[in-house]
Write a protein that binds this ligand. Structure first.
Ligand code: HEM
Length: 184
């Protein structure tokens, strides 16, 4: 494992400003989150399905799309419950979700717009259900934390794989990247 997920979530909470008030309001609305999760999953997979490249990934194996609908509902609900108060289990789970996406070749170009769809659709639902601005902001923050996990996994896994395969030191690897970036 290239990062400590618990330390990473602590850093992200601080950077994003995810507060104990955010956690409380999410937990208070956990039932509502579960109620709307299936509808959010429908929007999410309809969006991915409109993109030929992502649609091909979704239907690559038998039953994948069905499984994904269920895992989305669980993922969405966990943002409200925080599992173990956004502790080690939450962080490990988010890190694992990141690794799964790296394994199937899904990168920032896929994940960032997809998370924007979640934020947009949940925003519409919050408005329709007369939910508070505070809940909207808490959800936006936790979505950004989850997004950062998936994004960071793609960087960490690539670096880890290169270091393992080549035996290079991290310092050499970073020097090569800096040098390469300078010549682009
Ligand atoms: C907001 C961004 C996303 C979230 C929160 C998300 C959530 C998840 C979760 C919770 C899993 C299950 C992980 C596990 O088995 O441990 C998963 C797997 C997967 N996701 Fe995503 N995902 C996102 C973006 C995408 C995108 C953009 C694609 C593009 C097609 C995608 C395709 C897949 C696929 C193919 C799997 C594996 C399904 C399987 O065969 O089990 N995801 N995702």
């Amino acid at each position: 494992m290239a990062i400590d997920p618990l330390a990473f979530i602590d850093t992200l909470e601080r950077r994003i400003g995810f507060t104990s008030e955010d956690k409380s309001i999410l937990k208070e609305n956990a039932e509502w989150g579960l109620e709307i999760a299936s509808e959010m999953a429908d929007h999410f997979y309809a969006y991915l399905g409109r993109d030929p490249e992502m649609n091909a990934i979704l239907h690559k194996t038998e039953g994948r799309i069905h499984r994904l609908h269920e895992t989305f509902i669980q993922w969405f609900h966990e943002m409200f419950t925080g599992m173990d108060d956004w502790g080690n289990s939450y962080a490990q789970r988010r890190w694992q979700i990141g690794i799964v996406h790296v394994q199937i070749g899904i990168g920032p170009q896929h994940v960032v717009p997809a998370m924007a769809v979640v934020v947009h659709e949940v925003g519409k639902k919050l408005k329709a259900n007369h939910k508070s601005e505070a809940l909207k902001e808490a959800l936006e923050r936790i979505c950004m934390i989850d997004l950062a996990f998936i994004e960071q996994a793609s960087v960490e896994v690539a670096a880890f794989a290169v270091l393992k395969e080549t035996g290079w030191s991290e310092a050499l690897f970073r020097r090569l990247i800096t040098h390469g970036a300078a010549t682009m």
